[in-house]
Every structure is written in structure tokens, then in C-alpha cells.
Design a protein around this ligand. Structure first.
Ligand SMILES: NC(=O)c1ccc[n+]([C@@H]2O[C@H](COP(=O)([O-])OP(=O)(O)OC[C@H]3O[C@@H](n4cnc5c(N)ncnc54)[C@H](O)[C@@H]3O)[C@@H](O)[C@H]2O)c1
Length: 370
């Protein structure tokens, strides 16, 4: 069995490479070593017999070459950032997926399974319930609301504070271009997979964390930023009021989810959440980082916010649990494993510490009341 892992030099991809290799698959990686993720331009240390192709998933002939004699495709490569280069998200994430199926059909390849990496981002601001008016899918909070420092999502009918519910697979509601591109990617994959008889599964990862997560990609923020600031004794800057909730999943659990849907035909043609199912507030996360590092670094809540951020994003994991998967690791394991890894690489390099001022300059971080 040969597996092609696109984006196999990245965080999730490289862990999948290791697992496929350990389980006896022949592994090929297609990765363009995007300089935002790999500023040194070097691929990670793969096991010896892993074949590495440096190339772009949007390049037809490169992708065709990478797909030869492949049984399984694990499509992890993606463009992800907070920066305003809107067209690139669709150009990389959606177009590469359409190209993948175009090539499979054109070459009449017998692919046993395609797994595409989707994202919890497809839910946008999520799913809420109003006590009086019932469930609804909110639009993002307005700039005016955020400028007033009013962080909670309210019901569009009565303007009362609404309660977030766990995100279930049926109701997607993306707004930012990364999220739109991820939904386009999974619709493309699941639709073309169904029509052309190519078993396909989309996995909507929540915030995935653990060893080897990119230290450079601004998108993969909270763990690296809080840990690096705590290690240097700098205050942990918390956006909004810190009570916004997120869902953190350990990389090993994400890898296990990939291996499970690879085996299970019952997963085909469907999208599944892969998360913890547990809300963690940003303040709680900062406190856990502080406890692990063992200092009393200050938590600073200056009333700033990041434009486009969701207030609450926590996935229901009932659907994937129904197939036999369950997360085995919690936030404490995530932080332990990340900190151990940071130690093995000699700490977080100086040049990556300042994502915060970079985002301020780019107008992504704003202050309420300005
Ligand atoms: N890490 C998370 O928290 C998270 C959450 C939800 C979804 N995802 C999805 O999981 C997948 C993997 O994410 P990750 O965290 O490992 O990201 P990453 O940035 O660490 O890895 C992505 C890899 O893809 C490569 N790549 C980017 N553009 C490419 C292109 N055009 N051609 C070939 N290779 C390209 C990069 O060089 C990198 O090695 C992505 O599809 C991402 O959207 C990740």
C-alpha cells in the first residue's frame, strides 16, 4: 500500500507520515515547503525510505507525478493564515482538491481512500440557542459591537445574550476565506468522491496541538505565543475578556482519527469533527501554561480583539465517537508534550516571538473604543 501525504512536511502531515511508515505503508510526501511554515527551507527528518517530492499541489504535472501508483491520498497541504490575501485560500485549498480528483479520474486511478483535512473553521461563529427564539446560526459580530467591547453573541431577534451549543456537522456557516476554502474543499472532495466512486472522508480538525506544530505559521497561535512569552517572563496578552472558548485536540488523537476512517468504509462520503468536545476558555489556557511553566507571569487583558475571531468554537465529537474513536489525551498532555519538544529543539527561536506586534501592524489586532 502506498500513501501520498500532501503537506507531509507540516505539523499534522509529518505525524501522519510517521504513523503510516510505522504501520508498514510506503510513504510519499508532496510539499512545497511554504516559507511561512519552513523559513529554513529544509524538510523535516523523515524516516529513510520516505520519498519526498518538493512541489506545489496546485501544479498539475507535479501532482500527477506524485500520484503515480498511489493507493491512498492524505490531503493535508493547505494555505492558512490571518493575513488578507483572500484569493490564495481558494486558489490553493479548493483548487488543489478539484485538481486531485480531476487527475484521479483522468488517469483512471484505483484509489482506495482519500482523506481531506478540513477544519472546525467551516462553522464560522458557530451554533447558538436563544432562550426565547431557539437555535440559530449567527453572523460574525460587527466591528461596532467589538469596538464597544461587547463580546458576547446575541440573538438577532431580541438582542439578548445567546448560549453557544456544541458544533454539529450538519450546520456549516463559514465567513472568512480560509473557512470558505475549507468548506469548498470538502464539498468538492465528498461530491466528486461520491459521483466517481472514490471513497472519501473529510475530517474537520479543531485546534490541533502538540510537538512539531509550526513555530512560524501565525495561524497556529495560542500555544506557541503563550508558551514563548511565559518562558521569557513577558505578560500573556489575552484578547476580548478571555472568556471566549476553544477546543484543543492532541496531535496523536488526530492521527488516530485518520487511521480509523481509513479502515472504516462506514465513514466514506462524510465529514467528521475531530476535537475534544470540551470548552477551554482562553484565560483557563493561559493559567494552565503558567502552571506548567511554574511562574507567575502576568495575564494582561487590554481590551483588544482580533478582527474575524469567533467567540466560541467547540465541536461535538459524537459522530466520530459513533465509529469507535475517542480522544485519549487532554490539554495537560498537550502542554507537557509541546514543552518537552520545545526543550529538545533548544527553545523557541527569538524571531518567532513577536507574532503579536506583526498582527497589530497588519491591523488584525484592534483595541476596543478606538
Ligand atoms: N493545525 C491545526 O490546528 C488545524 C486545524 C484545522 C485544520 N487544519 C488543517 O490540517 C492541515 C494540516 O495543517 P498543519 O497544522 O499541519 O499545517 P502546517 O502549516 O504545519 O503544514 C502544512 C504543510 O503544507 C505545505 N503546503 C502549503 N501550501 C502548499 C502547496 N501549495 N503545495 C504543497 N504543499 C503546501 C506546507 O509547506 C506545510 O508543510 C491543513 O489542511 C489545515 O488546514 C489544521
Amino acid at each position: 500500500m502506498r500513501v501520498l501525504v500532501t503537506g507531509g512536511a507540516g505539523f499534522i502531515g509529518s505525524h501522519l507520515v510517521d504513523r503510516f511508515h510505522a504501520e508498514g505503508f510506503e510513504v510519499r510526501v508532496l510539499d512545497n515547503l511554504d516559507p511561512k511554515v519552513h523559513p529554513s527551507g529544509r524538510p523535516p527528518q523523515f524516516p529513510n525510505d520516505v520519498e519526498f517530492i518538493r512541489g506545489d499541489v496546485t501544479d498539475r504535472e507535479t501532482f500527477r507525478y506524485a500520484l503515480r501508483d498511489v493507493d491512498i491520498v492524505s490531503h493535508q497541504a493547505a494555505y492558512q493564515d490571518y493575513m488578507p490575501d483572500f484569493s490564495r485560500f481558494l486558489a490553493v485549498n479548493a483548487v488543489s482538491t478539484a485538481l486531485l480528483y480531476e487527475l484521479i479520474v483522468e488517469e483512471r486511478m484505483k484509489i482506495r481512500k482519500v482523506i481531506v483535512a478540513s477544519s472546525q473553521a467551516v462553522y464560522g461563529e458557530g451554533q447558538y440557542a436563544c432562550q426565547q427564539h431557539g437555535p440559530f446560526l449567527p453572523i460574525p459580530r460587527s466591528t461596532e459591537q467589538l469596538q464597544r467591547g461587547e463580546w458576547e453573541v446575541t440573538c438577532p431577534q431580541c438582542n439578548q445574550r445567546a448560549t453557544p451549543t456544541l458544533l454539529v456537522e450538519e450546520h456549516t456557516n463559514p465567513y472568512n476565506q480560509y473557512a470558505v476554502s475549507k468548506l469548498a474543499q470538502e464539498k468538492t472532495a465528498l461530491g466528486l468522491g461520491w459521483i466517481h466512486g472514490i471513497p472519501t472522508v473529510a475530517l474537520r480538525y479543531s485546534i490541533t496541538q502538540g510537538p512539531r506544530q509550526s513555530l512560524f505559521n501565525h495561524y497556529s497561535g495560542i500555544c506557541r505565543i503563550f508558551v514563548s512569552r511565559a518562558l521569557t517572563g513577558d505578560p500573556l496578552v489575552i484578547y476580548e475578556d478571555g472568556l471566549q472558548t476553544r477546543d484543543f485536540v492532541h496531535i496523536n488523537d488526530v492521527v488516530n482519527a485518520n487511521m480509523l476512517v481509513l479502515e472504516k468504509n462506514a465513514a466514506d462520503t462524510q465529514a467528521f469533527n475531530v476535537g475534544s468536545g470540551q470548552p477551554t476558555s482562553v484565560i483557563e489556557y493561559a493559567q494552565r501554561v503558567r502552571e506548567k511553566i511554574g511562574n507567575d507571569v502576568e495575564l494582561c487583558i487590554p481590551g483588544e480583539y482580533r478582527s474575524g475571531d469567533n467567540r466560541n468554537s467547540v465541536s461535538s465529537i459524537a459522530k466520530l465517537r459513533g465509529l469507535g474513536w475517542a480522544p485519549q489525551r487532554n490539554l495537560s498532555d498537550i502542554l507537557d508534550d509541546f514543552l518537552n519538544w520545545v526543550e529538545t529543539i533548544g527553545g523557541i527561536p527569538q524571531q518567532v516571538r513577536d507574532a503579536y506586534s506583526h498582527m497589530k501592524e497588519a491591523g488584525v489586532v484592534l483595541a476596543a473604543g478606538q
